[in-house]
Design a binder for this molecule. Sequence first.
Ligand code: PLP
Length: 428
Amino acid sequence: TTVTTTRDTQVFDLIAKEQHRQESGIELIASENFVSPAVMEAAGSVLTNKYAEGLPGKRYYGGCEVVDQIEQIAIDRAKELFGATWVNVQPHSGAQANTAVFLACLQPGDTILGFDLSHGGHLTHGSPVNISGKYFRPTFYGVEKETGVINYDVVEETAKREKPKMIICGASAYSRDWDYARLRAIADEVGALLLADVSHPAGLIAKGLLNDPLAHSHIVTTTTHKTLRGTRGGMIMMRNDFENPFGIKTLKGELRTMSSLLDSGVFPGTQGGPLEHIIAAKAVAFGEALSDDFYDYAVQVKANAQAMANAFLSRGYEIISGGTDNHLMLIDLRSKGLTGKLAENTLIKADITINKNMVPFDDKSPMVTSGIRVGTAAMTTRGLKESDMEQIVVYIDKVLMNHDDEATLATVKEEINEWMKAFPLYKS
Ligand code: PLP
């Protein structure tokens, strides 16, 4: 045969092992979720064989009649989900989506204003180790020390001082909602574009459970695999297309629209052929997200996060900003005399997966950190409810308070493995 049929046991045995790990433990990494079997099927389909540079109906390759229809379905469903009029579903990831926007809107050396990484922002919003911080001049706003919340007056002062070409909002570890209207007013005041990166709360935004970023932002980016519960990937959206403010013209001398610049920013600007199997999986996930069931899911994600935050607070844990509006929270472990690194390494011994995370004004390095970030998107998909969140916090507290007692860690792990059998994920 031309296609090898011998099973690669070396790799597939490891995939089976990873499935077992996912199914037997408690997954609290705020950026993760579990896709449906249908999303997985699309992601593992024959579409991986197809090249389709370009956009539906305007490709540089033949044989795109079918993938054109699939990509158009993904676009149309994304528009419906978020109330967008223009969407590009091709970015391979959230970082790719942001990079494409920067390429479309900025020149090397331009100033950008983003949310500080150490306060919960993302690497792609101006970190010196990312292209956004290397090719542009990054400036930052953060949260206030006393409240753990963004003070928009300070954002305005910073914007007036730094005169950015682009203001970026959105975060990886910020548990409060965003005032997009205020940020747009600030952007307009200083002549900046407003980019909202809603990678984390996208699923909650799609169901109207958080403020609407598209109502005020020039451009919105997102990943598709966090609360949105799709395959790993990225996407760029706008509610209102507009003429680019940079004077970039078409060959005919007409001003190019932002949508055309953003399309070019993705391909050929920063990517080659789109991953049509992943785009099909996005289409399936968006179809699921349009359902009423997904509304119930999103409501439960929020309710679970609130139950979890309350359970932590009642056991004397400190949550940055004092609580959560979305699916995640950032816990400062300094009052418990623990580091994020110790917490992460100990919890994993009991099959509880979280990530260590810097807290605002952290005095420890990013490899150690003073905090942990936890989120409820994945365990809500498994079917866990508010009372289960309480039980998870009981386990976390038990593990952290007995972090050097291997017998207790082993007992908790056994109990968790037994408990999780009641919440099956995938058929083996
Ligand atoms: N933007 C934000 C706010 C994120 O939290 C993330 C992922 O953690 C990204 C962008 C990057 O997404 P990806 O890992 O898909 O490149």
